[in-house]
Design a protein around this ligand. Structure first.
Ligand code: IPM
Ligand code: MN
Length: 355
């Protein structure tokens, strides 16, 4: 365990800087309590920089980011920039260039938070999705011919490599073991239709499973997974899936855990630099109003500390958030929390100090 960490801050667009500022406050409070230092270096990437300079993500910044212990991201997306430019140019490019091959997304309903699922509570909704993060439909394979004509042809291919699938599945087995809940790993795929890609996933899954005899395995098609996530979320412990399916089912996951105000994720390279982010977007209409919910960013900060091997500090943040949700937070929606963005950040800091 180190006693000093350097973290690159990418506040980004819209409300990104506001939620990240609260996350930084909280991470600093937890670092202080547990006797280590976290130093932050800010990089201004996003819509404003792009509008001013035309730059999306200079190579020199990527190389600087490689030197940090972790990256902490606010939000990417600007109303005056064509959709796709910043998302692909910053978020997806970083995931690819830094080979963050896992996107880890906990789906956890905290006590005190409402779920739209009838008769389900915190003991039913507590699982985690391991989403492959560098391949599949996101790899950018394909192209277009005769664009704009009646004969236009567009293809977009899903790339699945043995190496990419295997390292993702292996991570999922290891994470299931470490999590130590019901020790069950579910592969989510579509073996009945995507008979090349998910045949590779399925064969790899059961091959690797032999190395983890204490983990029980299960399989569900992606459409059925969506149904079970609503009907019987308690069946899941860890779900592993490809990039596109993971993108879709984790939005469903976010909503059953209370919404994007509380959903956090990590883009993990277990051998390199990982990047932690709230799942929600830049919510431009709330910018500068002290109304946006910072809890997802704060929980992403806890996840970052977990991956920096500071589990006790990570736990202290989660406990502080849980306490605020039970006692103080009225709603997770922007403007309805019963307090402002900054005040909620201060409350979490106070809860850490008081532990
Ligand atoms: C996410 C987002 C991104 C994705 C977008 C913004 C490119 O939806 O992190 O889930 O599709 O991965
Ligand atoms: Mn998404």
């Amino acid at each position: 365990m180190k006693n000093e960490y350097s973290v690159a801050l990418l506040p980004g667009d819209g409300t990104g800087p506001e939620v990240l500022a609260e996350g930084v406050k909280v991470v600093q409070a937890a670092s202080h309590k547990f006797g280590f230092n976290t130093k932050f270096t800010r990089y201004d990437l996003g819509g404003e920089r792009f509008k001013k300079t035309g730059e999306v993500l200079p190579d020199s910044i990527i190389n600087e980011l490689r030197q940090h212990d972790a990256i902490y991201l606010g939000a990417i997306g600007h109303p005056e920039v064509k959709p796709g430019i910043l998302e692909k140019g910053i978020l997806l490019r970083l995931r690819f260039e830094l080979d963050q091959y896992i996107n880890l997304r906990p789906v956890k309903l905290y006590e005190g938070v409402d779920t739209p699922l009838k008769n389900k509570g915190p003991k039913d909704i507590d699982f985690i999705v391991v989403r492959e993060n560098t391949e599949g439909l996101y790899a950018g394979a394909g192209g277009v011919l005769k664009k704009g004509t009646k004969d236009e042809i567009a293809t977009q291919e899903s790339i699945n490599t043995r190496k990419g699938v295997e390292r993702c599945i292996r991570f999922a087995f290891q994470y299931t073991q470490k999590r130590n809940k019901s020790k069950k790993l579910t592969l989510c795929g579509k073996t009945n239709v995507l008979t090349y890609a998910f045949d590779l996933w399925e064969r790899t899954f059961y091959e690797i499973a032999k190395e983890y005899p204490d983990i029980s395995t299960d399989y569900a098609h992606v459409d059925a997974t969506c149904m079970w996530m609503v009907k019987n979320p308690e069946w899941f412990d860890v779900i592993v899936t490809d990039n596109m399916f993971g993108d879709i089912i984790t939005d469903l996951g976010a909503i059953i855990q209370g919404g994007l105000g509380i959903a956090a994720g990590g883009n993990i390279n277990p051998e390199g630099v990982s990047m932690f982010e709230p799942m929600g977007g830049s919510a431009p209409k709330y910018t500068g109003k002290n109304m946006i919910n910072p809890l997802a960013a704060i929980l992403a900060g806890a996840m970052m500390l977990e991956f920096l091997d500071q589990q006790a500090a990570a736990d202290s943040i989660e406990i502080a958030v849980q306490k605020a949700l039970i006692n103080n937070v009225r709603s997770l929606d922007a403007g309805k929390m019963g307090m402002g963005t900054k005040e909620l950040g201060d409350l979490i800091v106070q809860n850490i100090v008081d532990q």
